[in-house]
Design a protein around this ligand. Structure first.
Ligand SMILES: *Cc1c(COP(=O)(O)O)cnc(C)c1O
Length: 499
C-alpha cells in the first residue's frame, strides 16, 4: 500500500489553516472553539480504486479507506485494528451484509450484526483502538477516562468497544427508568476490567448535564490529573466515530458491483434513518470522495426538524419533543449537521449559524446554500402509524423483518420514489436488529401487546422464526455485575469514588 500525504484537520468554526493531526483529533474529540473537526481536504477514490476495493474483504476495504484519512496511523496498524474490530466472532453475520427486499430497487445495508445489535458498533468497535494508539502517538502519558451519558444504544456499544482496551477506562450513566429492560440488562451484565455502569434517579438530560458538569469541573480536572487520568468522550461528534462509517457505504457499492446489480460508475441513492446526522454525513463524505451516489435521503421520525430544514433552509429546535418507537432518532439538535454546513457554506457562516442556534434555538441558510444542499439531500419524515405499517407491510411483502428505525427509512425511501418517480437502486441503512426493539416490532406486526417477557424477544421469535442475535440470547441468564442506582446529584462523587 502506497503511503499517503499527511492529512490535517481543523475546526468547522475556524478560518485558520488546518493544523491538527488525526491522532490529536481522535484524542481531543471536540475543537476548543466548540466546533467539530474536519479534514482540510477530501481524499479521492476513482473507478480504478473502486475496482481494486471490489476484490478486497470488508476488513481490507476499511483499512484502506481509513488510511486515507488517518495518515499518522500506519496502514499495518489500521489493518490490525480492523481485523480485531470486525472479526467473525464479533460480527457473526459479517460487518455489513446487503439484503435485497424481494425484487425491489431497495437494499437493506444491515449494520447491526455486531456485539450490541445496533449500528453504533461499526464505529465503537474500532474507535477505542484508535484512541489507545493516539495516546502513544501524541506522547500522552495519562489514561483516558471515558464518561458516557446514554439513553440506551450508545452506552452499551461504548462499553463493548472500550472493554479491556489498554490505557482506557469507561463509566456509563443511564436514567434508571429511561432505558428498555433489554438495554438495562445489556449494560448491567457488561464484562471487562476497566468498565463501570451506574443508573441515576433522573432522566437522560440529567445524566447528560451531569456528565457535562463533571467534564468542565476544574476540581475534577485536577483530581484526575493527579491520578494520571484525563477525560475523553465517546460521543458521535468525534471524527474517530465518523471515519469508520464512511467505509460501509463504499463497501456496499462494491458489493452491488460484485453481485452484478450495478456497473462500476452507475449511480445509486442512499437513505439513512437520521438522528445526530453522523451516519448520513458519512455517506456524503463517500460521495465527495467520488462515489457515484445520487440523492441522500434523510429520514426522520416525528421529530422532523431536519426534514423542515432540508425543505425550507430554516433549522428550528423550538418545537415539541416527541417520544417515538425509534428513540435513537428522538433528537432536536443534530450535531453533525455542522459538518455539512461547513463543507457547503464554509467556516465563517457555520460559526454564525451556531451562534444563532445557541442564542435563538434557530438559524436560516440562504437560498443559495439551500440549493447547494438540495443538489444531494432530500428530507422525508414518518409518523408512528406509518412506521408500524411499514414494519408490517415489509414483513408481509418481502418476508423481511425490520426494526423501528430502519422502518422509518424504508417508508421515507418509498415516499421519495413515489413523489419523484426516481427508481434508482437505493441502499437503506438498517441501524438496529428488530430484536433490539422487539416489543414495538411485535405490536406493529400483530396489533397486540407481547406477553412482556424480556421485551418480547421470545414472542417475536415464535411469530417470525427470525434468529435472535447471539448477544441478545440468554441475556436474562447472564451475571449482573452492576446494579447501583444513585441520586442525580451524586454523579461527581461516584466518579471520585472509582478513581
Ligand atoms: C444512533 C442511531 C441512529 C441515528 O444515527 P445518527 O448517526 O445519530 O444520525 C439511528 N438508528 C439507530 C438504531 C441508532 O442507534
Amino acid at each position: 500500500m502506497e503511503s499517503n500525504k499527511s492529512m490535517l484537520y481543523k475546526s468547522t468554526r475556524s478560518t485558520e489553516s488546518a493544523s491538527y493531526s488525526s491522532a490529536q483529533v481522535i484524542k481531543q474529540g471536540l475543537a476548543v472553539d466548540g466546533g467539530l473537526f474536519v479534514p482540510d481536504s477530501i481524499p479521492t477514490i476513482n473507478s480504478k480504486d473502486i475496482k481494486k476495493l471490489c476484490s478486497m474483504s470488508y476488513i481490507e476495504r476499511a483499512a484502506y479507506i481509513l488510511s486515507l484519512f488517518l495518515t499518522d496511523y500506519k496502514y499495518e496498524e489500521l489493518l490490525y485494528d480492523c481485523n480485531e474490530a470486525y472479526k467473525q466472532s464479533s460480527f457473526p453475520g459479517g460487518p455489513a451484509p446487503l439484503v435485497r427486499l424481494g425484487n425491489s430497487n431497495v437494499y437493506s445495508l444491515e449494520l447491526w450484526h455486531g456485539p450490541t445489535a445496533a449500528f453504533k458498533d461499526m464505529a465503537l468497535q474500532i474507535m477505542p483502538r484508535l484512541l489507545s494508539r493516539s495516546l502513544v502517538k501524541t506522547g500522552e502519558s495519562r489514561t483516558a477516562l471515558i464518561l458516557v451519558a446514554t439513553s440506551g444504544d450508545t452506552g452499551k456499544a461504548a462499553l463493548e468497544g472500550y472493554k479491556d482496551v489498554e490505557r482506557t477506562r469507561i463509566t456509563v450513566f443511564y436514567p434508571v427508568d429511561g432505558v428498555s429492560r433489554v438495554q438495562k440488562l445489556q449494560m448491567a451484565t457488561q464484562t471487562g476490567n476497566n468498565v463501570d455502569v451506574c443508573a441515576i434517579k433522573g432522566n437522560f438530560d440529567d445524566a447528560q448535564s451531569g456528565v457535562k458538569q463533571i467534564f468542565s469541573d476544574p476540581e475534577m480536572f485536577k483530581l484526575l490529573d493527579s491520578k494520571n487520568y484525563f477525560f475523553s468522550s465517546a460521543n458521535s461528534i468525534n471524527w474517530g466515530r465518523l471515519a469508520p462509517q464512511i467505509v460501509y457505504y463504499i463497501s456496499a457499492y462494491c458489493d452491488l458491483i460484485n453481485e452484478s446489480k450495478i456497473e462500476n460508475g452507475e449511480t445509486i441513492n442512499i437513505c439513512v434513518p437520521t438522528g445526530n446526522f453522523g451516519n448520513i454525513l458519512a455517506a456524503y463524505i463517500a460521495k465527495l470522495m467520488g462515489l457515484p451516489f445520487g440523492k441522500l435521503i434523510c429520514a426522520s421520525n416525528s421529530n422532523n426538524v431536519l426534514t423542515e430544514f432540508l425543505r425550507t433552509g430554516t433549522y428550528d429546535r423550538n418545537r415539541e419533543f416527541h417520544v417515538t418507537m425509534s428513540p435513537s432518532m428522538d433528537i432536536l439538535i443534530s450535531s453533525n449537521l455542522e459538518r455539512l454546513l461547513y463543507l457547503i457554506a464554509g467556516a465563517d457562516k457555520t460559526a454564525a449559524y451556531m451562534e444563532d442556534l445557541k442564542k435563538y434555538g434557530k438559524y436560516s441558510v440562504s437560498t443559495d446554500i439551500l440549493n447547494k444542499i438540495s443538489e444531494t439531500f432530500v428530507g422525508y419524515c414518518t409518523n408512528e402509524v406509518e412506521t408500524a405499517d411499514t414494519i408490517k407491510n415489509t414483513y408481509k411483502n418481502y418476508a423481511y423483518l425490520s426494526d423501528t428505525h430502519t422502518a422509518v427509512a424504508l417508508n421515507c425511501a418509498e415516499k421519495y420514489t413515489t413523489e419523484t418517480g426516481d427508481t434508482t437502486i437505493t441502499v437503506v441503512a438498517s441501524t438496529a436488529s428488530p430484536y433490539k426493539f422487539a416489543a414495538d416490532v411485535y405490536k406493529s406486526l400483530t396489533g397486540n401487546n407481547s406477553s412482556g417477557n424480556l421485551e418480547a424477544l421470545d414472542d417475536l421469535y415464535s411469530l417470525t422464526n427470525v434468529e435472535i442475535p447471539i448477544p441478545l440470547r440468554d441475556i436474562g441468564n447472564k451475571t449482573i455485575r452492576f446494579n447501583k442506582t444513585i441520586e442525580k446529584n451524586d454523579m461527581k462523587n461516584y466518579v471520585k469514588s472509582i478513581l
